[in-house]
Design a protein around this ligand. Structure first.
Ligand code: HMG
Length: 390
């Protein structure tokens, strides 16, 4: 039985800051951000968007009545959770009107959470082939103003329906995963901003990739030639390229060219959104699928997932016949086209405008936010979500 991605949706907040302008404001050459880091625009989440609303908005565009009937498991990968006890998945379950006979849990392991969710979903479908699983990956990447991580922030979500006989990508066997306890990036529970050892995190990302790729080759006998493209977790778009370059020489020149070209296509969305942590790998996959028009069905795509702390995984999928008919290209084009630029000063103001930390009530103006699902405030320590479509 084939199991894999049946549908894939995406959402990013409607505001962004231009990286050239951020560079000027930070006294940095713009090319450092646009070439050295590889980012053009960075999504800026208004106070009315959090991990729950981002994920719910991403799911809203793909879920239909049949999905609502069949989804019996919601797995929410995030490191921007809003509660230490109640999972974000329960809120999304309610906001989407899914059936009550369902499981709903949150999964955390930095940027690896959604991959854990995807693989758990695969196991669930193997045991329950008639059901579907909703896998969500949503995050707000915050390092702080004027920090070296600032240029690698972002916000957004990816939602995937996982099922038997998937319409987009069938997941293959032979995953290789690897865990090692390291401190490259972490966020203690008292902090709303990440701590990071930037250079070390880059090194570890590459070391994890080399380890799982090496083991994958040994296990399967596959080589780079067997891949049409490899998608990477993209904290910033230069990062995956650094990892890809460490193995490119294993392949003949024509394969190197193909992988490099497809890598660039797989970074197009991420370059304009920034790091969305656990959804980033899947945003890269979406970018490849939607922006490379002649990507043939039957192509094998490699996927490298990395979540600091750290867990890495290499796995693969095969594109299904007519997969392009099941993408939401037009709606993503309009999402990007309708975004509004904010100045660096406005971005800083939005960044500092956080929910009260003392548990005070707050009412938020959701009319300024075009998203269908918004955070309308906090009342008695309970976040108040609104689906404007209801
Ligand atoms: P930095 O110190 O500001 O930058 O930190 P740099 O000095 O290393 O420069 C960056 C690149 O720009 C370099 O290229 C420079 O040469 C180049 P490289 O040598 O690396 O190829 N550069 C220029 N290029 C063109 N024209 C110029 C110019 N000037 C310089 N004029 C760093 C960069 C990424 C470390 C920082 O932003 C950071 O700490 N970010 C957060 C951590 C991160 O993203 N780590 C990635 C791996 S870990 C991961 O992926 C997990 C994560 O997503 C979290 C999770 O799992 O939850 C982060």
């Amino acid at each position: 039985m084939k199991i894999g991605i049946d549908k894939i949706g995406f959402y990013a907040p409607h505001l962004y800051v231009d990286m050239n302008k951020l560079a000027v404001a930070r006294n940095v050459e713009p090319e450092k951000f646009t070439i050295g880091i590889g980012q053009e625009k960075m999504a800026v989440p208004p106070i009315t968007q959090d991990a729950v609303t981002l994920a719910a908005n991403a799911a809203l565009e793909i879920i239909d009545e049949d999905d609502k009937e069949k989804i019996d498991f919601v797995i929410f990968g995030t490191e921007s959770g809003i509660d230490h006890s109640k999972s974000s998945a329960v809120y999304v379950h309610q906001l989407l009107g899914l059936k009550p006979n369902a499981r709903a849990v949150e999964v955390k392991q930095a940027c690896y959470g959604a991959t854990a969710g995807l693989q758990m979903a695969k196991g669930h479908i193997a045991l329950n082939p008639d059901s579907k699983v909703l896998v969500l990956g949503a995050d707000i990447a915050r390092y702080g103003l004027n920090t070296s991580g600032e240029a690698t922030q972002g916000a957004g979500a990816v939602a995937m329906v996982i099922s038997a006989d998937p319409k987009i990508m069938a997941l293959e066997e032979n995953n290789v995963y690897y865990t090692n306890d390291i401190m490259d990036f972490w966020r203690p529970i008292y902090s709303d901003q990440a701590f990071v050892d930037g250079k070390f995190s880059n090194e570890q990302y590459i070391a994890f990739f080399n380890k799982v790729w090496g083991q994958y080759k040994e296990m399967t006998g596959h080589a780079l030639e067997d891949f049409e493209a490899i998608c990477y977790h993209l904290p910033y778009t230069k990062m995956g390229l650094k990892a890809l370059r460490t193995v490119l020489e294993e392949a003949p020149e024509n394969v190197q060219d193909r992988l490099k070209e497809n890598y660039q296509i797989s970074t197009m969305y991420n370059r304009n959104v920034g790091n969305i942590y656990t959804g980033s790998l899947y945003l890269s996959l979406l970018s490849l699928l939607e922006r490379k028009e002649d990507l043939a069905s039957g192509s094998r795509i490699g996927m490298f997932s990395y979540g600091s702390g750290a867990v890495g995984e290499f796995f693969t999928g095969v594109l299904q016949p007519n997969y392009r008919e099941h993408l939401h290209l037009a709606s993503h084009e309009s999402l990007f086209a309708s975004r509004k630029e904010v100045s660096v000063e406005e971005y800083e103001e939005i960044f500092e405008n956080t929910l009260p930390k003392d548990g005070a009530n707050i009412e938020l103006d959701i009319e300024q936010d075009p998203a269908p699902i918004c955070l309308a405030g906090v009342n008695d320590h309970m976040r108040q979500y609104v689906n404007k479509n209801n």
